[in-house]
Ligand binder design. Structure first.
Ligand code: FES
Length: 106
């Protein structure tokens, strides 16, 4: 069972500007881009830094420290130094509410 919780208002999310939220102790970066909202774990799989401080481009978020870029749809890195994916989570939009479930990785 996946439990969706409201984490933000859609209207407060700026295009291509990640927003870090915490859901039950899990840091999550919310990214509104290309007409969709994505939720990806906020910690880079290479080292303990916050992905929400990185740049968003072409449905990817780039780690600001060493430049690995993660696909927001799958969490997979496109290039080194990161080799492991970052968890991504399902998102639901209900009116102006953005809901995310971290109990189930999508
Ligand atoms: S800490 Fe993210 S790529 Fe190295």
């Amino acid at each position: 069972m996946s439990e969706f919780v409201k984490v933000a208002a859609l209207s407060e999310l700026e295009e291509d500007t990640p927003k870090r939220v915490e859901i039950d102790g899990t840091p999550v970066s919310l990214v509104r881009t290309e007409g969709e909202v994505f939720a990806i774990n906020d910690i880079c799989s290479h080292a303990n830094v916050s992905l929400s401080e990185g740049e968003v481009e072409d449905c990817h978020i780039e780690c600001w420290l060493h430049g690995s870029s993660f696909d927001l749809r799958t969490g997979k890195p496109d290039g080194l130094p990161a080799t492991r994916p970052v968890p991504v989570y399902p998102v639901k939009i209900e009116g102006d509410d953005v809901l995310v479930s971290v109990t189930q990785e999508s």
